[in-house]
Ligand binder design. Structure first.
Ligand code: C2E
Ligand code: CA
Ligand code: CA
Length: 436
């Protein structure tokens, strides 16, 4: 890393010691330069304290372009567009800096939305042009720096791909291409039907059946997720009476009143109108609040914890259940469990898949079951594919199970058939398989 000799390590007192040992931090003394125009950039710097100036140095005098202070970043441009430093940066006061290497920045940029990457590229190119023009106006000859690279072909292609996927989702919503599938959730150990999880599918005009992993992230990034969620609730409202009627015709299939779980996104929870949407849904549908659960993942709660907590609390006040999806894979702190009105934990498939062979997984499942017991919340084990897994989970005290062993997600017709033909508990201990 091209750090001048005037830079020396110095740990920031307010940074926890666990972090300070892993952070590259330096003090740049007043008057020292961090880098000079034309240098090759290999790092950017977060300014923790102090003050720096960005200058164009010329024999006839320096031109100060900007001042940077705590909470800002400096030196990022050369990393973002792989061109030489456009200006010199000097410390006006002793300044504490945290180093971000080129690798750390480049990795993050590569992960961002291609449209954002394009915008960033254009902003940088414009800035380079402005600096070049300033140089020219001051008689420093033609700009030494190019006016920005053309956007990389793959970034452009990715941006077009993102936009086209978004417009296809929009068209798909208009054309009724999104359909809910339903996967049974059963009582353990009785294996009676308890409810269904609603899972979205996209009947794409040319690609066939598209799984949610291929369109939910794009819907979230573009803001279309709200429309998809609204569509899911509208569909649940439409089909739930049919499912209930089927359940009434085969009461031995069921254990208690049928419930339905719906996946919602962090974006939904952040929106102010979500509780209102739920309230309207409950008013206009035949589903009792206690028979509706919304599923959220831990990571969603962490995006905007206060907002998510307020939204979930309102839903819970309306009587709706709150399930934490993929439990055990997300956030490492469990403190949210004491503040959020959680009613169900869904043990992630990763633990169930390895349950029979791996003692550690079994320990984790046991711990989650004990925790749920203490919190008086119910537990659903996800991804049960074998009878032996269901048997063991039942013995361990897990109240609900879900997975291909009991049934794959199916369209409404498959769910109605499942209810009508659901075996009596003793008849088929290995459960019923449905096809998607
Ligand atoms: P999830 O909520 O964790 O849903 C469970 C996923 O595991 C489903 O995948 C289901 O088909 C699959 N699965 C269930 N049992 C088994 C099993 O025994 N073995 C294996 N290998 N897989 C099993 P799917 O339907 O592809 O959904 C993927 C994810 O997409 C969901 O994960 C959920 O996070 C999201 N998703 C689905 N529908 C919606 C929706 O309407 N809205 C939102 N926001 N997200 C949704
Ligand atoms: Ca789920
Ligand atoms: Ca899950």
């Amino acid at each position: 890393m091209a750090l001048g000799p005037e830079l020396r390590p110095n740990w920031i007192s307010s940074v926890p010691s666990s972090l300070s040992s892993s952070l590259d931090q330096y003090v740049l003394p007043a008057g020292a330069r961090l880098f000079s125009a034309g240098d090759v950039g290999d790092a950017a710097y977060l300014i923790v304290s102090g003050r720096l100036e960005v200058v164009l140095e010329r024999p006839d005098g320096d031109l100060v372009l900007s001042h940077r202070g705590p909470g800002e970043i400096v030196g990022e441009m050369a990393i973002l567009d792989h061109q030489p430093r456009s200006a010199t940066v000097r410390a006006l006061e002793d300044s504490r800096l945290v180093v971000i290497t080129e690798e750390q920045l480049a990795h993050r940029i590569a992960q961002t939305d291609p449209i954002l990457r394009m915008c960033l590229g254009v902003v940088l190119a414009r800035y380079r042009e402005t600096v070049g023009m300033l140089e020219q106006m001051r008689g420093a000859g033609p700009p030494t720096l190019q006016s920005g690279e053309p956007v990389a072909a793959e970034t452009f292609a990715a941006a077009l791909g993102t936009l086209s996927l978004e417009s296809e989702i929009r068209a798909g919503l208009r054309n009724g291409e999104f359909e809910l599938f339903f996967q049974p959730i059963v009582r353990l150990p009785s294996r009676r039907l308890a409810g269904f999880e609603a899972l979205m599918r996209w009947h794409h005009p040319t690609r066939g059946l598209v799984p949610p992993v291929e369109f939910i992230p794009a819907a979230e990034a573009s803001g279309l997720i709200g429309d998809l969620t609204a569509h899911a609730f509208a569909e649940v409202g439409r089909v739930f009476p049919e499912l209930m009627d089927a359940a009434l015709r085969n009461p031995q299939a069921l254990d208690g009143p049928l419930f339905m779980t719906v996946n919602v996104s962090g974006r939904d929870l952040a929106g102010a109108s979500f509780p209102e949407m739920i309230a309207q849904f409950l008013e206009s549908s035949r589903i009792a609040p206690g028979n509706l659960k919304i599923e959220v993942t831990e990571s969603m709660l962490m995006d905007n914890p206060e907002r998510a907590a307020a939204t979930l609390a309102e839903c819970r006040r309306a009587g709706v259940g709150i399930a934490i999806d993929d439990f055990g894979t997300g956030y490492s702190s469990l403190s949210y469990l004491s503040t959020l009105p959680v009613t169900t934990l869904k043990i992630d498939r990763a633990f169930v898949r390895t349950l029979l062979a791996d003692q550690t997984s079994r320990g984790i499942v046991q711990t989650i079951l004990r925790l749920a017991d203490d919190l008086a919340v119910s537990v659903v084990a996800e991804g049960i594919e074998q009878a032996a897994e269901a048997d063991l989970l039942g013995q361990m005290g897990c109240a609900f199970g879900q997975g291909y062993h009991f049934g794959r997600p199916t369209a409404l017709a498959g769910a109605l058939t499942a209810i009508a033909t659901w075996p009596a508990p003793a008849a088929t201990p290995s459960g019923l398989r449905l096809t998607a």
